[in-house]
Design a protein around this ligand. Structure first.
Ligand code: NIG
Ligand code: FE
Length: 425
């Protein structure tokens, strides 16, 4: 007797299960274990994966209320984007024009543009506007195969707007098929009203914003909530970063840090020391700090669309991280300043060419390791029994294509918790 289930996806040419390793990410040179199966099927019931295996065996064992023929094509876990600044208002296309003419990102920031320009427009926007604009970007992410997305605040830089941004994330998580994971980034920039008193702003983040954020979480978000800091020259120094993150940790928030995007201030070492879940950017990270991450559980999150978007030559030195035994993930960093890109397929294309990952490593970095980088490794990022039924049927036959081809969308059908949530027309 075959078992009655909600959904059977069969005739999968190549299935990438991308398993967790010992309940954790794929560390060091173990990155790239795709758990490949040719001629496979996936059984899903109640939104959860109950089996993956050979097509004939699963077809004999299960009868799906809905049966989807994958057309002999590739199936992978839904992609996970563990670092985005998805919510903003306003436009900064003119800054891109200035940058390609030679003005640097930091010069634009110092002249009052950059993040603080987006802050001005985001403060002036209401909740509905923020939800509607972010939803459009989230639709693009979903259509390109992302099924779980981290999302930061950080364009409010005052308590009320930071809380509005958290509410925007919670609303989108409820209304949209993509799962969102929220991060409070009140320490993204020094807002203009504190330009002459950065220490005063750090005090506001610690004494006013963090307690308000913890209160918001108690009422609205029972799951993991992250606190992040932009630890960089012109933003927050190492001591300020430590004070903010120690206060956040005491309130029960999980930690992330933007480190070593342009200059190293020791943020990666601090991330390892404080037990941060991830250290992100990690472009100019010194060797000792790479070793410290390798010894820790902190995931190194590379954001290749950022150097690409800025026209910079330096990318995260991925192989040094793998050599040190660190767990490496990749993300879009989708934001209006350094790189507006919703597409994790493009991230894999960049990670293979400029970080020299293999296509298999890039896919594992964009799925299972990305899930662990946002504390969701127990639920998403791989196709294993017990995990959410989040997967993508691609228009290509094998995983190599996902990195090999670029510039067009290869996602065909996107399934979230066992429901078809997007289908290419
Ligand atoms: O990750 N580095 C800080 N934050 C973003 C840029 C945000 C912006 O320019 O609006 C980043 O690159
Ligand atoms: Fe960022």
């Amino acid at each position: 007797m075959s078992e009655q289930i909600d959904l059977l996806i069969h005739n999968i040419g190549q299935l990438c299960c991308v398993p967790a390793h010992n309940g954790g990410p794929q560390r060091g040179h173990d990155l790239g274990d795709l758990g490949l199966l040719d001629g496979a099927a996936v059984a899903i019931h109640d939104g959860t994966i109950i089996a993956t295996g050979p097509d004939d065996e699963l077809r004999a064992a299960y009868t799906g209320a809905i049966i989807i023929d994958a057309g002999d094509e590739l199936v992978t876990p839904g992609l996970v984007d563990p670092h985005t600044h998805l919510i903003w208002a306003g436009d900064r296309a003119d800054e891109f024009e200035q940058r390609i003419a030679g003005t640097t990102y930091q010069q634009i920031m110092a002249a009052g543009g950059g993040i603080n320009r987006t802050v001005k427009h985001t403060r002036a926007a209401d909740l509905n506007t923020l939800v509607e604009q972010a939803k459009q970007r989230l639709d693009v992410m979903l259509a390109h195969g992302s099924t779980t997305v981290e999302c930061k605040t950080g364009y409010g830089l005052e308590t009320a707007t930071e809380i509005t941004m958290l509410s925007t994330i919670a609303l989108l998580d409820m209304e949209h098929p993509v799962d969102l994971v929220p991060t409070f980034l009140g320490a993204h920039a020094i807002p203009p009203e504190y330009a002459d008193d950065p220490g005063g702003y750090v005090d506001v983040v610690i004494n006013e914003m963090l307690p308000a954020v913890a209160g918001w979480r108690a009422d609205h978000w029972p799951d993991t909530l992250f606190c992040d800091v932009f630890c960089e020259v012109g933003a927050f120094n190492l001591d300020q970063t430590r004070r903010i993150l120690e206060a956040a940790k005491a309130l029960g928030l999980a930690l992330k840090i933007h480190v070593d995007e342009f200059e190293s201030l020791g943020g990666a070492r601090l991330a390892a020391e404080l037990g941060a879940v991830s250290a992100d950017h990690v472009v100019v990270t010194p060797d000792e700090d790479i070793q410290a991450l390798g010894r820790s559980d902190t995931i190194a999150v590379a954001l290749p669309p950022t150097p690409f978007g800025l026209g910079h030559a330096d990318y995260t030195p991925a192989h040094k991280f793998l050599e040190a035994g660190a767990a490496l993930a990749v993300a879009t960093d989708c934001n209006p300043g350094t790189g507006w890109n919703e597409n994790m397929q493009f991230v894999m294309a960049l990670a293979t060419r400029y970080m020299h990952l293999t296509p298999a490593q890039a896919l594992a970095a964009a799925t299972i390791n990305a899930a662990f980088a946002i504390d969701r490794g127990d639920r998403v990022g791989s196709l294993e029994p017990g995990k959410q039924g989040d997967l993508v049927i691609w228009n290509v036959p094998t995983y190599q294509h996902l990195s090999y081809r670029f510039g067009s969308n290869m996602a065909h059908t996107v399934i979230k918790r066992g429901q078809v949530v997007h289908r290419a027309s």
